[in-house]
Ligand binder design. Structure first.
Ligand SMILES: Cc1cc2nc3c(=O)[nH]c(=O)nc-3n(C[C@H](O)[C@H](O)[C@H](O)COP(=O)(O)OP(=O)(O)OC[C@H]3O[C@@H](n4cnc5c(N)ncnc54)[C@H](O)[C@@H]3O)c2cc1C
Length: 424
C-alpha cells in the first residue's frame, strides 16, 4: 500500500505534521505539502521584534529547508477542497489525495477601521511589527539627543496592507515628555485570535521598553472581554497578570469593541474614546475563506463562526474520515497557539498512520496549549493548560523569560518543526 498524504499549509502545524507523518509512515506513503508561500515565519517574533528582544529577520526562513528530504513541496494556492472526490483544487490545477491534512491557519480580515490612519501598527502582520520597530527607534533616538525628529528615518522595509501604511513610517513623531506622556493603545478584536496572550504581552513590553529608554508613556489595553487573559483554566494566570498591570500602571479597559479610528482616537461601539499617539491594534481574524466558502469542512461554533470540524481528541474530521486538521483553522476547544499545534500534530500523525495501516488509535490530543506571558525584560509567567485545567503555577520568573526567548525559538526551528514533538 502506498498512500498520498496531502498537507495543506506549511506553517507551524503543517510542517510539524508532515515531518512526523513522513517518519511514521516510512515507505508506506508519500507526503506532499502545499503552500502559496515557501517562507516560514516564527510568529511570536512579531511582538518581540519591535521591542528589540528578537530579530524578525532571524525568524523568517525558507520553510522548505525544514521539510524532510522525502517530503515534496508544492508552491500553489489552495482554492477549493472536495472531500467526496478526494481532490484539492489549486491555482495550478487539481491534486488528488488518499488522506488530507488541513493546517491553513488564521486569515486576517482586511476591512479594518484604521486603514490609512497615521501611527497605526497592526503587529499581527510582519509589516506592522517592522514599522513599529522603526518608529520606536526614532522615538528613542529623539529622546536620547533631545532633538525633534524630522521625517528622516526611512522604514526598514516596504510597508503593505492592513492600514500599516507609509503614513505611519513617515509621520512626524508624537510628543513624549513628563507633562505629555506618549499614549500607547493596544486593542483586541471581537473575533477569535491566534495567541490570545499576545495583546497583553505587547502592552506590557511596550511600557517596559519605553520606560527603560526614558520615554514617558501611558499604556492601555482594551478588548471585548472583561478579563486581561481569561477565565476558567486561565483564571489564575489572569489574576497574576492583572496584578502586574496594576503594579505597572498599565490600564485595562474591559468590554471595549472598536467601532471607529480617526484623528488619533479609537472610538468604541458604546461611544467610549481612547486617544493615542501610537496605536497597536490586533487585526480581526477568521478561518480562511477557502475553507468556509469553498469546502464542506467547516461547521459553525456557538457564535456562528465557521472553523474546520475536528474531533477534539483525534484531530480527525467529524464527518469526512480521510480528512484531518490541526492548528488555528480548527474548532478544537483550546487556545490557538503553536504549542497546541505541536501536540495536535503528534496525535494527528499517530492516528492517521493508524488509519492507514489498520491499527487501533492510541494517541489523544489532551487540549494542551501554552502561552509564555512576558511581563517585562527578564520576566514571564509561563501559562499552560489542557482540557482539564491549568498545569503550571502562576508565577513570574526569570526562567519563564529564558524559556521563551532562548529555548523555545531554538526548539521550534530545530526540533519541533522537524517533527520531534514531545517535551514541554
Ligand atoms: C503575533 C503572534 C504571536 C504569537 N505568539 C505565540 C506564542 O508565543 N506561542 C505560541 O505557541 N503561539 C503563538 N502564536 C500562534 C502561532 O503562531 C499559531 O498558532 C501557529 O502558527 C498556527 O499554526 P497553523 O499551522 O495553524 O497556521 P500558520 O502557522 O499560520 O500556517 C498557515 C499556512 O497556511 C498557508 N496558507 C493559508 N491559506 C492558504 C491557501 N489558500 N493556499 C496555500 N497556502 C495557504 C499560509 O501561507 C501559512 O504558511 C502567535 C501568533 C501571532 C500572530
Amino acid at each position: 500500500m502506498s498512500e498520498r498524504i496531502v498537507v495543506l499549509g506549511s506553517g507551524a502545524g503543517g510542517t510539524m505534521a508532515a515531518n512526523r507523518l513522513d517518519r511514521e509512515l516510512g515507505g508506506l506513503g508519500e507526503v506532499v505539502v502545499v503552500d502559496r508561500d515557501p517562507t516560514h515565519r516564527y510568529q511570536p517574533a512579531y511582538y518581540l521584534h519591535p521591542f528589540d528582544h528578537l530579530s524578525l529577520d532571524d525568524h523568517v526562513r525558507d520553510g522548505r529547508e525544514y521539510l524532510r528530504a522525502d517530503v515534496q513541496f508544492c508552491e500553489a494556492t489552495v482554492t477549493g477542497i472536495d472531500p467526496n472526490e478526494r481532490q484539492v483544487t489549486l491555482d495550478a490545477g487539481k491534486l488528488s489525495y488518499d488522506r488530507l491534512v488541513v493546517s491553513l491557519g488564521h486569515e486576517l480580515v482586511g476591512e479594518v477601521p484604521w486603514r490609512g490612519e497615521p501611527h497605526v501598527y497592526p503587529f499581527y502582520r510582519p509589516e506592522g511589527a517592522r514599522e513599529l520597530a522603526t518608529t520606536l527607534d526614532r522615538l528613542v533616538a529623539r529622546h536620547g539627543d533631545g532633538e525633534a525628529d524630522a521625517v528622516s528615518t526611512p522604514a526598514r522595509d516596504p510597508i503593505a496592507t492592513d492600514g500599516a501604511g507609509t503614513a505611519s513610517a513617515n509621520a512626524p513623531l508624537p510628543a513624549a515628555d513628563p507633562a505629555d506622556p506618549l499614549r500607547v493603545v493596544v486593542t483586541e478584536p471581537e473575533t477569535p485570535m491566534s495567541c490570545g496572550g499576545a495583546p497583553a504581552k505587547a502592552a506590557l513590553l511596550a511600557e517596559d521598553y519605553l520606560a527603560d529608554h526614558g520615554v514617558p508613556c501611558e499604556v492601555t489595553l482594551a478588548g471585548p472581554d472583561a478579563h486581561v487573559f481569561g477565565t476558567g483554566k486561565k483564571a489564575k494566570y489572569d489574576e497574576r497578570l492583572t496584578t502586574v498591570f496594576d503594579e505597572r500602571g498599565v490600564e485595562h479597559v474591559p468590554e471595549f469593541t472598536v467601532a471607529d479610528v480617526a484623528d488619533g482616537t479609537v472610538t468604541g461601539t458604546d461611544g467610549r474614546t481612547l486617544p493615542y499617539d501610537l496605536y497597536l491594534p490586533v487585526s480581526p481574524q477568521r478561518c480562511p475563506r477557502v475553507l468556509t466558502d469553498a469546502s464542506p469542512l467547516t461547521a459553525p461554533d456557538e457564535a456562528s463562526r465557521e472553523y474546520v470540524a475536528v474531533d477534539e481528541a483525534t484531530m480527525r474530521h467529524r464527518e469526512f474520515d480521510r480528512v484531518y486538521a490541526l492548528g488555528d483553522c480548527t474548532d478544537a476547544p483550546t487556545s490557538r497557539t503553536a504549542a497546541a499545534a505541536r501536540k495536535q500534530a503528534a496525535a494527528l500523525a499517530d492516528n492517521l498512520t493508524a488509519d492507514a495501516t489498520g491499527r487501533a488509535y492510541e494517541a489523544t490530543y489532551d487540549g494542551f496549549a501554552a502561552c509564555p506571558l512576558l511581563t517585562e525584560k527578564g520576566k514571564a509567567i509561563l501559562a499552560a493548560y489542557d482540557y482539564d485545567g491549568a498545569t503550571l503555577p502562576a508565577v513570574e520568573s526569570r526562567l519563564g523569560w529564558i524559556a521563551d526567548l532562548e529555548a523555545i525559538p531554538r526548539l521550534y526551528w530545530q526540533v519541533w518543526l522537524r517533527g520531534y514533538l514531545l517535551g514541554v
